[in-house]
Design a protein around this ligand. Structure first.
Ligand code: PGA
Length: 249
């Protein structure tokens, strides 16, 4: 059985007081949940304060990005060990906004994924097609390329701890969610690819999340799909009320 993950991607939102307030509310109402993993991914600037608030609860901390080197002359970047040092367990990698606005490539995602495993961070590797790609029937080819290039060279042992997020770009922040059938079709395909890369049994252990306009009304139908093991939630994770409803499905 794969333990579901509900991760909140706060993106570039929340100053310290709001971050602390939101994390506090979530800790009070969901800090004891054990049958699913709740992960908060706030901006770098409030990772520490959120960590302090959720300490002692089952809620985990994640970052939204990182560099692929441990240290060095990379002005403005944050390293994997810095995230570990601050108490992160997870890191989102290859989010479509990173790919779109910051030129992140599959090769960079691959380097980041490998270093994440080597220092004990769990990567949440995002893949997804754009609207034109879906409309021209390229969805599965795009996903295959992103999965194969982004995850190449991982060991079978590492693969078991991997988290993949399928986030159709056209569904992110648009209010247009993939239907459960659309999500399941791609996520089943992702698991098949993972099986070819890492072995069928290992692929069964990998959590595959869906992301893109998840809200309290659509989460339960998505979660009922065989290959949807959780959600990566943007907009609906910014308010305790909606995120708690999503957490409760
Ligand atoms: P959204 O964002 O829920 O606001 O669509 C999801 C994401 O980008 O991870």
């Amino acid at each position: 059985m794969r333990k579901p993950i509900i991760a909140g991607n706060w993106k570039m939102n929340k100053l310290s007081p709001e971050a602390v307030e939101l994390a506090g509310e979530l800790k009070n109402k969901a800090g004891g949940i054990a049958d699913r993993e709740i992960v908060l991914c706030p901006p770098f600037t409030v990772l520490s304060s959120v960590k302090e608030v959720i300490a002692g609860s089952s809620i985990r901390l994640g970052a939204q990005n990182m560099h692929w080197e441990i240290s060095g002359a990379y002005t403005g970047e944050v390293s994997p060990t810095m995230l570990k040092d601050i108490g992160c367990d997870y890191v989102i990698l290859g989010h479509s906004e990173r790919r779109q606005y910051f030129g992140e490539t599959d090769e960079m995602v691959n380097k980041k994924t490998k270093i994440a495993f080597s220092i004990g961070l769990i990567p949440i590797v995002c893949v997804g097609e754009t609207l034109p790609q879906r409309e021209t029937g390229e969805t599965l080819a795009v996903i295959e390329e992103q999965i194969k290039a982004g995850l190449s060279g991982l060991t079978e042992e590492e693969s078991k701890g991997l988290v993949v997020a399928y986030e159709p770009v056209w569904a992110i922040g648009t209010g247009k969610t993939a239907t459960p059938d659309q999500a399941e079709e791609v996520q089943r395909f992702i698991r098949k690819l993972l099986g070819q890369m890492f072995g069928k049994e290992n692929a069964q252990a990998i959590r595959i999340l869906y992301g893109g306009s998840i809200n309290p009304d659509n989460i339960s139908a998505l979660m009922s799909c065989e290959n949807v093991d959780g959600g990566l939630v943007g907009g609906a994770s910014l308010k305790a009320e909606s995120f708690l409803k999503v957490i409760g499905y």
